[in-house]
Design a protein around this ligand. Structure first.
Ligand SMILES: Nc1ncnc2c1ncn2[C@@H]1O[C@H](COP(=O)(O)OP(=O)(O)OP(=O)(O)O)[C@@H](O)[C@H]1O
Length: 261
């Protein structure tokens, strides 16, 4: 990886709200074709970190670079070309069609007065198809289940065409089949060269999908690096404050479990 400019980079980053620091000294590098999983307990600051990487919150220290350019010097559409965001959920009273919501992703690349054209519509439809939800295109977003909405939000980020996507617990509200489908889609995006930054509360999922893991404890980073090296039983025990067991399943996958009693 030496010499390759990361898609997303944080150096000595401090994040928080209203001047109150929640995390400091955060360093991370996301590269083309890689999946970086963020793990940490509830309320530790993962969403706050994401929002800072996206320029939605000002850093309280350090810096963020997107594609080698300081975030501070980038406009909204320049950020949108570099990093898309899949939030934890979307609460909207507007009865947009799913396709329209996905088109908004495609439109973030356009100038403020440009209207989406046929190519943007095609890109939006392709993103829905990639996730196997082409049949939801004309559905009103307010009538979809939480899981279906989550899939549409993921399609919106894909349609944005950014080189990297930050996903905040992208499978948290999904049923078993959709979770597998989204996992496959995430791997597919990485195989096409995108960088994926994702928060998950499931260590098994991080081990299955992630190339690297970033463990975040109260105040800052506990450890970062390749999944198998970083996600030790001892570190996860410290992270979640319960005894965690790690085992390698016969097919080579890592499985983590807590105490059974
Ligand atoms: N808008 C806000 N204003 C002030 N404090 C906030 C705001 N949003 C979040 N916080 C606080 O910042 C801290 C980190 O929250 P954040 O949502 O980043 O955690 P998280 O790691 O994403 O949590 P979870 O895993 O539960 O989603 C929490 O103490 C939270 O109460």
């Amino acid at each position: 990886m030496g010499g390759v400019t990361p898609l997303v980079e944080a150096r000595g980053l401090a994040v928080g709200h209203g001047g109150r620091t929640i995390l400091s000294g955060v360093g991370l590098s996301l590269h083309h074709g890689r999946i970086l999983c963020l793990l940490g307990p509830n309320g530790v600051g993962k969403t706050t970190l994401f929002r800072t990487l996206l320029g939605l919150l000002p850093p309280l220290g350090g810096e963020v670079l997107l594609g080698g350019s300081p975030l501070a010097g980038l406009g909204r559409s320049q950020v949108a070309q570099r990093l898309a965001y899949v939030p934890q959920s979307l609460a909207t009273p507007f009865a947009w069609r799913a396709l329209d919501l996905v088109l908004m992703g495609a439109a973030t690349r356009l100038g403020p007065f440009a209207r989406p054209g046929p190519a943007d519509t095609a890109r939006a439809e392709a993103a829905l198809a990639l996730l196997g939800i082409g049949d939801l295109a004309t559905a009103e977003i307010t009538r979809l289940s939480g899981g279906q909405r989550q899939m549409v939000l993921l399609a919106r980020a894909i349609a944005q065409g950014a080189e990297a996507i930050a996903m905040d617990e992208p499978t948290a509200s999904l049923d078993f089949a959709n979770r597998i489908r989204v996992g496959k889609a995430i791997r597919g995006l990485a195989a096409r060269g995108l960088g994926v930054l994702m928060c998950t509360h499931d260590p098994d999922q991080a081990a299955e999908l992630g190339d690297e893991a970033l463990l975040i404890e109260r105040g800052g980073v506990l450890a970062a690096g390749p999944v198998a090296e970083v996600m030790t039983a001892a570190r996860l025990t410290r992270l979640y404050d319960i005894p965690v067991r790690r085992e390698a399943l016969p097919e080579g996958r890592l499985h983590f479990s807590g105490p059974s009693d």
